[in-house]
Structure formats: structure tokens, C-alpha cells
Design a protein around this ligand. Structure first.
Ligand SMILES: C[S@@+](CC[C@H](N)C(=O)[O-])C[C@H]1O[C@@H](n2cnc3c(N)ncnc32)[C@H](O)[C@@H]1O
Length: 289
């Protein structure tokens, strides 16, 4: 690249950062995100910076010069544009064995669930992000019920964000994304692969085959599944919802649980959960009565 071209590039990136996001446009984006995904983004300096920094990348991608132009595009937008907008504004932070006591709990109840429900156990991971959580569930099941766990335990992993779901379904991770996974589990359940000169870890079929990946929006008015779930993980997503949305989501999740089944939320999310059919058991773990 010549010096002139380099300067042009620096200039154009700099210009993008200079584009101002007005409070009016912020509110339009925030309201649309609330309608689409239930994610509540009140006008605060932190949320303003979040929307600005994430949408500026989409301005660059589509060679647009203002947030107003981008708004026109998503307002009339194709499903792909809307999906890209949702993906840009969701926060997908996750890791293997995050809030690990929940997996100790799962491992301790699974053998009993298998006995009670005839080795046909259904688990739902309702905000699966890039997949570390459902693969941790699969490894935990494998440790708890034995190597033939795929014939006893089925896991549905869903998320609203199609980009993270695609990655989750590939089960392929860079070294930095393997954080939290102990060496024994890493070598037992993942294999090293090379792609375009780089090394990755890929989930082995033993755990991959236990999981089905599908898009699902927790804002759906009703959750309709053929079977009830014995355990639902819905962790670290309710924090993005307001109280009314959280209540609706919890009500819907409870209808999907088999009696005696368990609902597991994120550690910081249990504060405002009160439901007459949910008995609190331990930190952010509930049993349906
Ligand atoms: C912070 S991650 C949590 C991931 C994982 N559950 C964990 O605890 O590590 C939150 C996830 O919730 C998803 N999400 C946000 N709004 C959603 C909605 N309305 N329906 C389904 N998933 C949603 C995001 O796409 C994101 O992947």
C-alpha cells in the first residue's frame, strides 16, 4: 500500500469516528432494539457509546455516511439487515464452565432425572451465544451419565443472534475462546484442527451430536415446543431486559418446564424472580413445583 493510500484510509476511519449520533437517532435505534429483542437501552452515556461504536462498524461495512442513512436502511430493511442490526447490538460474552456451580448442580441431578424420565432427558440452553454454554452442558452430561449420554440427553441451543449461532453450531474455537475449559476436558472433547494456517479447537462428535442449534427469540409471545424440558438454562440474558419483559419471559419458560424440572438463571439475575410455581433451591437455581 502506498503512503498516500494509507493516509486516505486513516482519514476515512477518522471521519467515521467523527459522525455524530444524535439523541434522537439513539432513541430510534434503542426503541427498535427493544421491539425486536426486548433489550432495554435507556439513554445513558454508556449506552450511547455502545450504540455509536457498534453501529459505526455497520456504517463502514455498507459505506454509509450517517446514522440517518443507516436508519432508513434498517427501517425498510431486509431480514438480513435486521438480523445484522440485532447481532450488532447484542452482547455475547460467554465462556466454558461460566458460573461453574450450575454445572456441578446439573451433574448431580442428571442421573436421577434419567431414572425418573426413562433416559429421555431434554435440556434447553435459551441464550447460547457462541456455544461454550451448551458444549459445557454436553460435557457435564457425558461425565454424569456416561459415554452413551447422546442416547439419553438431548440439548436444544438457541439464540436470537444468527451470527453467534452459526459459530456455536460449527463448534470451532480459537485458543483465546477456550478460556475456562480444564485441560482434561479440552483433550477429551475437542480436537485440534488447522484452517488457513491457523490452529483451532473443534468439538468432537461425542458432544456436538448431542446439541441441536436453532434461532429463537425470547420475545416470542408464546413458546411452543413439542416436549417439555427437564432443565432450562437461561443465563445472563435477563439482565438486558426490563422488569415487565423479564416477568413475561419467566412465565413462558415455566410453561416449558416439566414438573420437577429445573430453571437455571445467571447469578446476578435471580433478584427479581418470583413465581408461584418456582421453588428456589440454590443460587439462581429453581425447581418447578
Ligand atoms: C451475555 S450472552 C450470555 C451467554 C450465555 N448464556 C452465558 O451465560 O454465558 C447473552 C445472549 O443472549 C442473547 N439474546 C439477547 N436477546 C435475546 C432474545 N430476545 N432472545 C434470545 N436470545 C437473546 C444474545 O444474542 C447473547 O448471545
Amino acid at each position: 500500500m502506498t503512503a498516500v493510500k494509507k493516509n486516505e484510509l486513516v482519514g476515512s476511519l477518522y471521519d467515521f469516528e467523527e459522525i455524530k449520533l444524535s439523541d434522537k437517532m439513539f432513541t430510534k435505534f434503542a426503541e427498535r432494539m427493544y421491539e425486536l429483542a426486548g433489550v432495554d437501552l435507556p439513554l445513558t452515556p454508556k449506552n450511547h457509546a455502545l450504540i455509536r461504536n457498534r453501529i459505526v462498524k455497520l456504517l463502514r461495512r455498507h459505506s454509509l455516511k450517517s446514522y440517518e442513512e443507516y436508519w432508513t436502511m434498517i427501517d425498510r430493511g431486509s431480514p438480513e439487515m435486521v438480523s445484522e442490526f440485532i447481532s450488532a447490538l447484542t452482547t455475547n460474552m460467554t465462556s466454558f464452565y461460566r458460573e461453574s456451580n450450575h454445572f456441578d448442580f446439573l451433574g448431580s441431578v442428571l442421573p436421577d432425572l434419567c431414572r425418573k424420565f426413562g433416559n429421555d432427558i431434554r435440556l434447553w440452553c435459551a441464550a447460547a451465544s457462541t456455544g461454550q454454554e451448551p458444549y459445557t452442558i454436553a460435557m457435564t452430561a457425558n461425565e454424569a451419565v456416561g459415554d452413551n449420554s447422546a442416547s439419553k440427553v438431548r440439548i436444544l441451543a438457541t439464540d436470537i443472534d444468527l451470527q453467534v449461532l452459526k459459530k456455536a453450531s460449527s463448534g470451532t474455537y480459537e485458543e483465546r475462546e477456550m478460556q475456562g475449559l480444564p485441560p482434561a476436558q479440552r483433550h477429551k472433547y475437542f480436537e485440534k484442527i488447522k484452517a488457513q494456517g491457523d490452529e483451532f479447537w473443534r468439538a468432537k462428535d461425542q458432544i456436538h451430536s448431542m446439541i441441536r442449534f436453532a434461532p429463537f427469540n425470547l420475545m416470542n409471545p408464546k413458546y411452543e415446543f413439542q416436549h417439555k424440558f427437564h432443565v432450562i438454562f437461561c443465563r445472563n440474558v435477563l439482565i438486558y431486559f426490563d422488569e415487565a419483559t423479564t416477568k413475561k419471559v419467566i412465565d413462558n419458560l415455566v410453561t416449558c418446564l416439566a414438573p420437577g424440572g429445573y430453571l437455571i438463571l445467571g447469578h446476578s439475575e435471580s433478584g427479581n424472580v418470583k413465581h408461584q410455581q418456582l421453588k428456589p433451591l440454590s443460587r439462581a437455581v429453581y425447581q418447578k413445583l
